[in-house]
Design a protein around this ligand. Sequence first.
Ligand code: ATP
Ligand code: MG
Length: 246
Amino acid sequence: MNIVAAKGLTKDYGSLRAVDNIDFEILKGECFGFLGPNGAGKTTVMLIIHCYMPPTSGDIQVFGLDVAKSPSLIKSRIGVMPQENNLDPDLTVFENLIVYARYFDISKRVSLSLAWELLDFVELREKAPVNIKSLSGGMKTRLLLARSLINNPELLILDEPTIGLDPHSRHSVWDKLNDLKSKNTTLILTTHYMDEAEKLCDRVAIMDSGKIITIDSPSRLMSMYKGNLEEVYLKLTGRWLTGEVT
Ligand SMILES: Nc1ncnc2c1ncn2[C@@H]1O[C@H](COP(=O)(O)OP(=O)(O)OP(=O)(O)O)[C@@H](O)[C@H]1O
Ligand SMILES: [Mg+2]
């Protein structure tokens, strides 16, 4: 079953075409990655999927529902870990979770126990009473992951989920994402890290300049192009993902 189906999806910001006529389908329970350099259009696609903004043209359905017609219903079933930290800096770690739960009409009683459960999940229980300002960058990232799970989402969107994390924290986030996957949560992530894509993703869409160059499993791409994902990217686009021109 398709969780997301997009056809001819296009997004213009004024005269700039950020997403250029792309088609993709994301299946229930899979981890689907969008890979591409800065400005490829990855975040723009994520924002459209979670109904933050409409596409300029094209069709997109999430859970079989049209994003233009049923945004509230779609949003209630999605968790989002944004690329930019948008935690409330005036609140504590615990309060950030409780306040966020209100957007989903979760009762105070339920949100209190959920918040502790999620803080345990991301190993931040002891930070519950501290202000956001006194968290390290990696801790903020883990709290964003916890917050994205407050509504028990069927679909989790992760925009660069491990950027800025140390190797230990990256592995611990990967373990948690694998836990969620084993519970049949569908995951969509963007990343620049090829090892992350290889470890987590069942399929990846390779993006460049708003277009999808190809969609396939990392293992098939690596065997077809005889190299690791970095080399696959180079062969497909003529440049390294880091932006170096050959
Ligand atoms: N709100 C906006 N207004 C105007 N242009 C925008 C806006 N958001 C993004 N863009 C432009 O759209 C293009 C795609 O941006 P997007 O953020 O989707 O890329 P990305 O693949 O997520 O990049 P990164 O890896 O840096 O996060 C870029 O050229 C960017 O400058
Ligand atoms: Mg982005």
